[in-house]
Write a protein that binds this ligand. Structure first.
Ligand code: S3P
Length: 448
């Protein structure tokens, strides 16, 4: 069922209660489909995120010739083509709102002897793509892009790219992954050097499917990732953990609504993803891990969260890559803490699905929160309790799912209701969001 565009979150007085699962990890879902498409034989994916972003990647991979189906049992089955086996798509590939889909698939297409054309929605067509075209161009692929290095982009790929040693200019798992995926069909060793480590799901899954990847930590936190090209990948079973970036929203709501106590089962806690939870604990949040385990190199646990007072802090900028998608919800939470929360070193937020610094500053200000916008971040003055809200305004979310969900959880704990526009974008990463929150005792009204 399509999500209504306008949603209103009403403050709830009784605490949220219950045990839930959140949808599968978005990053791991994209990568599982892509690697499955590069194996001859059947891979299976359990717990795939069935959000618009991932479904767009599945459609694009089908256009390249992979056979991808969802069984009635909810398990996804992929019959792939082997490394280097993609076929020319017969139409333009529209990856919707997904930066991950666009950048990873550009890397994949670049290393095949075929021409493909990528586009996306209005938000994605504004986002920088030069960052992947530069290293892929050094490897020998050619691109024709819209002005400013944006989508639509025509990729003229080659199956004889050259291996490179590439140092990332910004901490970005998408750029790293685009190069590594291109390197799969490139003879020899390709090396990506990260000045600061970013989420390493691609590395874990490449190993899981049988590729040779070595990772070396160097001086000053630098990391070198080397991939040997042209492996014969073997079909695998993947179990996708719950997405920590999605879990962040019910966790935020449970922290903000007094008397709440909820459990979220099976959340992925890769240390390069889970820094929000460390930050929230530094602010005084009660988040306990139980039933800790590991699957495909990814740590997983159940999280028990209880409401309680929070203290504003200065978030260490070095944590940014490990919680990059969680700053919007942290900014919403910060409005309820005592004192200021300072978030710096996050200029990358300006080129996400929206300019997330601006979107949070504008929305919080409109609700009556004191916020300072910095070039590379923001400072939120907390209210030390239920944060203010004005029911005569509507929050604009700039086609950004995480901005929409951040203001909805804000509304569940605020002094009065919060109405949020553009909530149809929540389908990209968190199908069923309002129902799940309402099942815990939240009150999100859809379509009002
Ligand atoms: C992602 C990497 C991050 C993140 C995005 C998902 C990925 O982007 O913001 O939501 O799956 O690799 P960058 O690599 O641009 O930082």
């Amino acid at each position: 069922m399509p999500t209504a565009s306008v949603q209103t979150a009403h403050p709830v007085s009784a605490g949220l209660r219950g045990e839930i699962d959140v949808p599968g990890d978005k990053s791991i879902s994209h990568r599982s489909l892509i690697l499955g498409a590069l194996c001859v034989g059947e891979s299976t994916v359990h717990g795939l995120l069935e959000g618009e972003d991932v479904l767009a990647t599945a459609r694009a991979l089908r256009s390249f010739g992979a056979d991808i189906r969802r069984g009635d049992d909810g398990v996804w089955r992929i019959n792939g083509l082997g490394v280097g086996g993609l076929m020319p798509p017969s139409d333009i590939l529209d990856v919707g709102n997904s930066g991950t889909g666009a950048r990873l698939l550009l890397g994949l297409a670049a290393s095949h002897d075929l021409t493909s054309i990528f586009t996306g929605d209005a938000s994605l067509r504004q986002r920088p793509m030069q960052r992947v075209m530069t290293p892929l161009g050094e490897m020998g692929a050619r691109f024709e892009a819209a002005s400013g290095g944006r989508l639509p982009i025509t990729v003229i790929g080659r199956n004889t790219l050259m291996p490179v040693e590439y140092r990332l200019p910004v901490a970005s798992a998408q750029i790293k992954s685009a190069v590594l995926l291109a390197a799969l069909n490139t003879p020899g060793q390709t090396t990506v050097i990260e000045p600061r480590p970013t989420r390493d799901h691609t590395e874990h899954l490449l190993r899981h499917f049988g590729a040779e990847v070595t990772v070396t930590d160097g001086a000053d936190g630098e990391r070198r990732i080397c991939l040997t090209g042209r492996p014969e990948l073997q079909p695998q079973t993947v179990h996708v953990p719950g997405d920590p970036s999605s879990a962040a929203f019910p966790i935020a709501a449970a922290l903000l609504v007094p008397g709440s106590k909820i459990t979220i089962r099976g959340v992925g806690l890769n240390p390069l993803r889970a820094a929000l939870f460390d930050t929230l604990r530094d602010m005084g949040a009660r988040i306990e891990e139980t039933n800790r385990r590991e699957d495909q190199g990814e740590p997983i646990a159940d999280l028990l969260v209880r409401a309680g007072p929070l203290q504003g802090i200065e978030v260490p900028p070095a944590r940014a890559p490990s919680m990059i998608d969680e700053y919007p919800v942290l900014a919403a939470i910060a409005a309820f803490a005592t004192g200021a929360t300072v978030m710096r070193g996050i200029a990358e937020l300006r080129v996400k699905e929206s300019d997330r610094i601006k979107a949070m500053v504008n929305g919080l200000r409109a609700l009556g929160v004191a916020v300072e916008e910095l070039e590379d971040g923001l400072i939120v003055q907390g209210h030390g309790g239920p944060a203010p809200a004005r029911s005569d305004i509507r929050i604009e979310t700039e086609m950004d799912h995480r901005i929409a969900m951040s203001f909805l959880v804000y509304g569940l704990g605020a002094q009065s209701p919060v109405t949020v526009m553009g909530c149809e974008m929540i389908e990209t990463s968190f199908p069923g969001f309002a129902d799940l929150m309402n099942g815990l005792g939240g009150h999100i009204e859809v379509g009002k």
